[in-house]
Design a binder for this molecule. Structure first.
Ligand SMILES: Nc1nc2c(ncn2[C@@H]2O[C@H](COP(=O)(O)OP(=O)(O)OP(=O)(O)O)[C@@H](O)[C@H]2O)c(=O)[nH]1
Length: 297
């Protein structure tokens, strides 16, 4: 059986690499344990973590009680420190207002109406939150990001691109004629195909790209710092690579193709909704003009 075969289907999930970047298992983190952004977390690695209402904050808490840049947490050797950034509602640690202090494992950080918990790398609780974060942000079948997380990241990347005048491309990918695969070979075999396609997609994305499963047989990749030409080259590589795969379904060898639609950030598509609509329109054109192709808006 070749590596691209999808039979026999098992329920075991495999972690494929390379793919979306995961936090280092031993890094300290802050997790939202109460209020807006519940479950969100930020790992504190080399760069300071800014917590705030701004789209560009590392830990983005979209609530009016939170300042745009509320506080900053960073690491000095084995010590983690927090500093208030002049927030209207002061930063509080274990209910005391603070300017700047060192954090201890389990400290509660209150910013506006949201409470964060600081978890040091040595804490077993960090692993638990890692699991919860994984479940909340990833699609269980493919282990790509889920739609909810993707949407949040798109908003963030659009804000960053607009602020710095950098290019950004949305790529939406849809499996061609997937219904007949399900109808002929069953949903479980169809799921195996989706897993294998996601694995292939992960092999082509860069660390900074954000790849997600946004619908049943629909994937999306957000490509920061890419112009339309670079994104087209990426989508063509994925399309060609997927076209080369061989799937054994019901004892027969099958090939599967995909169609992709691209749209770049521009004056008249500078928010998530218009950008995704434009990529969808391009995808529709790819389907209409015969499938197994990439179209740009
Ligand atoms: N196995 C499996 N199938 C799914 C999943 N989600 C959606 N689907 C199926 O994906 C198929 C999508 O089919 P359509 O959107 O009608 O179109 P298509 O056959 O792919 O044809 P085109 O998109 O026009 O090329 C349907 O049969 C859905 O039931 C899933 O999680 N697993």
């Amino acid at each position: 059986m070749s590596p691209t075969d999808v039979e026999p289907v098992t329920t075991q999930l495999t972690l494929f690499t390379p793919g979306p970047r995961r936090p280092a298992p031993r890094s300290a983190c802050v997790v939202v344990i109460h209020g807006e952004g519940l479950g969100r977390r930020a790992d504190i690695e080399e760069k300071p973590v800014i917590v705030g209402r701004s789209q560009e904050a590392d830990l983005h808490i979209p609530h009016m009680s939170v300042s745009r840049q509320h506080c900053e947490i960073w690491r000095v050797g084995d010590i983690y420190r927090i500093r208030d950034l002049g927030a209207t509602n002061r930063t509080r640690v274990n209910d005391r207002p603070v300017e700047e202090i060192a954090l201890d494992d389990g400290d509660h950080i209150t910013i506006g109406e949201t409470i964060l918990k600081f978890i040091s790398h040595s804490s077993v609780e960090a692993r638990y939150h890692e699991e919860v974060y994984q479940l909340a942000t990833h699609d269980a079948l493919t282990e790509l990001y889920n739609r909810r997380h993707f949407v949040e990241q798109v908003d963030k990347e659009i804000a960053r691109s607009l602020r710095h005048g950098r290019p950004l491309v949305m790529c939406i990918i849809d499996v061609d004629l997937f219904k007949p695969i399900n109808d002929q070979y069953g949903h479980v075999a169809g799921d195996g195909v989706l897993r294998r396609l996601a694995q292939e997609l992960r092999a082509w994305v860069r660390d900074e790209d954000i790849a997600a499963r946004i619908g049943g047989e629909e994937f999306a990749v957000l490509l920061p710092e890419s112009d339309l030409a670079a994104a087209r080259a990426f989508a063509e590589r994925v399309r060609a690579a997927i076209g080369e795969l061989r799937f054994t379904l019901g004892g027969e060898e099958r090939r599967i193709t995909i169609s992709a639609g691209l749209a770049d950030l521009a004056m008249d598509r500078s928010d998530r909704s218009t950008l995704m609509k434009a990529a969808d329109a391009a995808l529709y054109r790819a389907k209409e003009s015969g499938r197994n192709r990439v179209c740009a808006y």
